[in-house]
Design a protein around this ligand. Structure first.
Ligand SMILES: Nc1nc2c(ncn2[C@@H]2O[C@H](COP(=O)(O)OP(=O)(O)O[C@H]3O[C@H](CO)[C@@H](O)[C@H](O)[C@@H]3O)[C@@H](O)[C@H]2O)c(=O)[nH]1
Ligand SMILES: [Mg+2]
Length: 291
């Protein structure tokens, strides 16, 4: 590619041990017309491709976790959560990303869609990354994934609720640029629609369900009237409290454990034609493996 306001003077090969590191002496014409000499180191590892696999019905995404020594050297434990990715090695981006997705995650996706190309570190790295999305189905998993052990890859495959992956970007558990871009893009394909879910059942079962629902992006409401230990309900009848909550919620989750109130709420919800869940896995975003 030639641009009239750049003159490449000399390219020094600094390393071609694995990929290629060069020092480039060049002149650049400034906007005022004057020419300025510059020297820059440039790392050429070829181009790459990345893909995020998602399932709209389950509200989940597939990501990987693997050790990255550069991150480790820069104040991170090194285990980065990333969308599947790989270098093209002279293959076409689509061909390469299908193979890479299967190698790393075990999913053989039927259709992939190219989004765009981006330079991820344009001041020093030549790489263009081709971004893809692909919808997966549980039955597309044809292998364990994990990468190529002989190349030193030891990749853990994660299936996460989309809402949780977004929360992980916010709190720093996901710090990889291409992955953040893809997750943001997915918001346009998979809008997070939180459900307000009333949980009724035994106290400890309600608590664990509430935590899991929150992590998946839903808003849990527990049916028990908040009282202090040993204190009697005085301001409102527990039964009435549960009924009022139910009338404001989108669905009811019958958590485990015997509870007369929970059974009565189930009957009431059914009478109203409301959705009653008996398992967390029936709820969108909940069928994912945990991190
Ligand atoms: N021996 C040796 N092996 C290397 C070296 N650098 C990379 N490799 C090996 O080369 C393989 C590259 O794996 P890919 O799956 O193709 O690439 P990646 O490392 O997962 O992803 C790359 O591309 C992504 C997308 O562009 C990038 O996001 C990511 O940072 C990375 O550069 C891995 O097995 C890796 O261990 C090296 O210096 N020495
Ligand atoms: Mg890879």
């Amino acid at each position: 590619m030639s641009t009239p306001n750049v003159r490449i003077l000399k390219q020094h090969l600094l390393s071609d041990n694995w990929y290629v590191l060069k020092k480039i002496d060049f002149q650049l014409q400034r906007r005022d017309g004057s020419w300025q000499a510059q020297t820059r180191e440039v790392y050429d590892r070829g181009n790459g491709a990345t893909i995020i696999l998602y399932n709209r019905a389950k509200g989940t995404v597939i990501l990987t976790r693997q050790f990255r020594i550069p991150a480790f050297l820069n104040e991170h434990d090194g285990y980065l959560i990333e969308a599947a990715a790989g270098l093209l090695d002279n293959a076409s981006p689509e061909e390469r990303i299908r193979l890479e997705a299967e190698e790393e995650t075990g999913y053989r996706v039927r259709s992939v869609r190219k989004l765009f190309e981006a330079f991820m570190s344009p001041g020093s790295v030549t790489e263009r990354v081709h971004f893809f999305v692909g919808e997966y189905q549980p039955e597309d998993r044809v292998a364990e994934g994990g990468g190529l052990a002989e190349e030193g890859e030891d990749i853990e495959v994660l299936e996460l609720p989309f809402a949780e992956a977004l929360a992980m970007v916010d709190d720093g558990r996901i710090m990889d640029g291409k992955t953040i871009i893809l997750l943001q893009y997915l918001k346009t394909l998979m809008p997070v629609a939180p459900l307000m879910i009333l949980i009724a059942g035994a106290q400890n079962a309600m608590q664990s369900c509430a935590t899991r629902l929150l992590q998946a992006g839903h808003l849990p409401v527990t049916a028990s009237w908040p009282t202090q230990a040993g204190e009697e309900d005085s301001t409102m009848d527990t039964e009435r409290y549960g009924q009022l909550l139910l009338s404001r919620c989108d669905a009811l989750l019958r958590a485990a454990g015997s509870s007369g109130q929970a059974d009565r709420l189930v009957a009431l919800a059914q009478e109203k034609g409301m959705r009653v869940y008996r398992e967390l896995d029936e709820i969108i975003g909940m069928q994912a493996a945990r991190v």
